[in-house]
Design a protein around this ligand. Sequence first.
Ligand code: AKB
Length: 316
Amino acid sequence: MQKPILILGACGQIGTELTMELRAKHGAETVIASDIREGSESLMDSGPFELLDATNYEAIEDVVMHYEIDEVYLMAAMLSATAEKFPMRAWNLNMNSLFNVLNLAKERKIGKIFWPSSIAVFGPNTPTENTPQNTIMEPSTVYGISKLSGERWCEYYHEKFGVDVRSVRYPGLISWKTMPGGGTTDYAVEIYHKALEDGTYDCFLKPNTRLPMMYMDDAIRATINLMEVEPKKLSIRSSYNLGSMSFSPSEMAESIKQHLPNFEVGYTPDFRQQIADSWPSSIDDSVAKTDWGWQPQFDLDNTTKAMLGNLGPKKE
Ligand code: AKB
């Protein structure tokens, strides 16, 4: 029997779909959604919800005790583009929320943690193609610095205090249910909305900027699979590289044009170009494949079909 789960940051892009999937799997009452604000109607109506600030230790502890929570998924974070504008707010949110859950686990008030890291842990000196699990990591963004620090703390809490914390380095995530907010890879979601609404899109990255990306169904499957694996199979307690597909804005535009031939894309790179240029183009996720059997299912064409099919006009 699954013990109660708490999702912090349940109303965001990943949190919304993760909550719905875990509720479908374990029953609505087992999965407590929480966020600093209310989310979509379908999320709010589908099971228990608590208004909760992930930086407030006592408030999280109260909810953990009340529901006898065993697993926490910490999905609250400030992403790369917004974090460049508010460095201290990003550092405080991204680090304090992590310490809160790590300390709850250290005190044995919760049993298991999922915490997302990102391809942003890599930097301009990292090999960009097929970036290995262990390599040069010198992130040049506020967000990347917070994620790399977080990874080191996760491994430290595991080694020193036996905390069962698990993590993946998400690439850019593409989904249709909830918009992303404040990331450098957000163009890969906006482009589908604009293609359908206006037939044109002005991209904030250059046409040939290749980045690792993933369809949300794969990301949710990876997250839940990792949390279900026997602890002894996990050789990485910082964060696993997680790969699926890599493409550039112009390749994505071509994939959309297969379905919407009149779609037009312009390019006006802004400050996010520099962030994207510091990240890998593709990821070597062989350690995740060996340790816990990770296998992606969606490529760019499947993703485009799924996005346009779900966002587009519904056929009778
Ligand atoms: C971002 O663009 O900041 C995120 C990420 C890659 O972690 N989507």
